[in-house]
Design a protein around this ligand. Structure first.
Ligand SMILES: [Zn+2]
Length: 445
């Protein structure tokens, strides 16, 4: 048995999307009502919380960029249209192309005297893994970053620019050269600029995708804009068309998160009403949970295991909710009995009624988790929540495991919110980007 001397967060949801409607704008609960909101997912300091999957926050997918990747850099200047990364095209229009493996393995051929375009000035270079982390503005490296770069996680390098007077539109390639332990690789995106970049439009910036494997601890980056009629410019000579201006490399300072989150789902067999009802742990549910947790947590992935089901025969509480205190105690004990590593996240899934509506007629408790303030407190890295439809299941899981990261509620119509959350109203506060959908999210999300 473990002690219960920790803060145990109880989460109530009333009538779909009601709880946060006053303080949290569009960031409401999911239509099923279970996706309680306001989680502060800054854990580890990296890719912050860009979690709103609703339609309201997203901006555009941009279009037109080509994207290539070459080890040697010899073909990096070509205006290759690349492949389209976003075949889903929910917003229509082709999206930025993702990196394409150009084959040959070795480095060493990255052009040391690239043909830098004349008449374009790099205004800013930013790194998006979830929230925007600006690396440099006006040619100067940002010293105090708003979040850390997460090692192992795919990134979008956005290059913002201004046009010089007399600029004539032409094809320009942004090259992001990533140096990992002396091995340099080039990732590119191509655009024909006709107007200065604006934050809310991906199609107004160069958008270079860098695979997670290249965002390594110790990696450094150098960005430059090249064109066929550009001027060969050796390293050491300053230019507005590259960052750092002299062609040197800026350390990404990528932080390792120690590998994917180890999430163990524990299906509870609901025997209380004699039904033996089990939550859905099918592939679609697992994929949805993995996608969501990977999106909202600054991690390089989530490894999910589904444990054998456990029986549950406890009555509901006087208010009609699952007794999550008791359930979390049980889950924590099971984690100990299983001999699971301290870092594993044990999450109980329970379906106390046939539908969410039956369980939650006007207000209900959807889940509960300990706030693991001390990372060494693995014994209480246990939480649980109701599991009805897939979206509710995933959002409740993401919320409760957020507490297991040591996170309190974001200031979003809650009385006991995290006093250190950096933005008001539980907003994400800076621009965000979701990789799989290639969508931007405004700071008001
Ligand atoms: Zn909570």
């Amino acid at each position: 048995m473990i002690s219960l001397g920790r803060i145990n967060r109880i989460h109530m949801v009333a009538l779909a999307a009601v709880l946060c409607s006053a303080g949290c704008g569009e960031d409401g609960a999911s239509p099923s009502g279970g996706g309680e909101t306001g989680e502060d997912a800054r854990g580890g300091g990296g890719g912050e919380d860009a979690r709103d999957n609703s339609d309201s926050g997203r901006i555009d997918t941009g279009d037109g960029d080509g994207g290539t990747h070459s080890d040697g850099g010899s073909d990096a200047g070509q205006a290759d249209s690349g492949i389209q990364a976003d075949s889903g095209g929910r917003d229509g229009g082709p999206a930025d192309a993702g990196p394409r493996d150009a084959g040959s393995g070795d480095s060493g051929v990255v052009d040391d005297s690239p043909r830098l375009v004349q008449g374009l000035t790099i205004r800013e270079v930013a790194f998006f893994q979830a929230v925007k982390v600006s690396l440099g503005k006006g040619g100067v490296a940002v010293q105090d970053r708003n979040a850390a770069v997460v090692a192992g996680r795919e990134a979008l390098v956005r290059v913002y620019f201004d046009l010089g007077s007399g600029w004539k539109s032409q094809s320009v390639t942004a090259e992001a050269v990533v140096d990992t332990g002396g091995k340099r690789e080039v990732f590119t995106a191509t655009l024909s600029p006709s107007a200065p970049s604006v934050e809310e439009s991906l199609s107004s910036t160069f958008n270079v995708r860098v695979p997670g494997g290249k965002v390594a601890p110790g990696a450094a980056i150098s960005v430059r804009l090249t064109a066929a009629n550009g001027v060969p410019t050796p390293s050491g000579i300053a230019s507005d068309a590259r960052f750092p201006a002299d062609g040197s490399y800026l350390g990404l300072d990528a932080r390792s998160t120690g590998g994917p989150i180890d999430l163990v789902l524990v299906p509870m067999r609901y025997d209380t009403d004699g039904s033996g009802r089990l939550p859905d742990t099918g592939p679609h549910v697992l994929q949805t949970i993995e996608r969501l947790l990977t999106t909202v947590y600054p991690a390089d992935g989530v490894a999910i295991t589904v444990r054998d089901p456990l029986p549950w025969n406890e009555d509901l509480t006087w208010s009609g909710g699952v007794d999550f205190n008791k359930l979390n105690q049980y889950i924590a004990d099971i984690k100990e009995q299983d001999g699971a590593p301290s870092g594993s996240y044990y999450y109980g899934m329970i379906k106390p009624k046939g539908t969410f509506g039956e369980y939650c007629s006007w207000a209900c408790v959807t889940g509960q988790g300990w706030v693991v303030d001390d990372p060494a407190d693995g014994a209480i890295r246990a939480a649980s929540g109701v599991a009805f439809d897939v979206d509710q299941t995933a959002w409740t899981c993401a919320h409760e495991t957020g507490h297991l990261h040591g996170r309190y509620h974001a200031p979003c119509s809650t009385v006991d919110s995290d006093q250190n959350y950096p933005y008001s109203g539980g907003k994400i506060g800076v621009w965000g980007w979701d990789g799989p959908s290639n969508l931007l999210y405004s700071p008001d999300t």
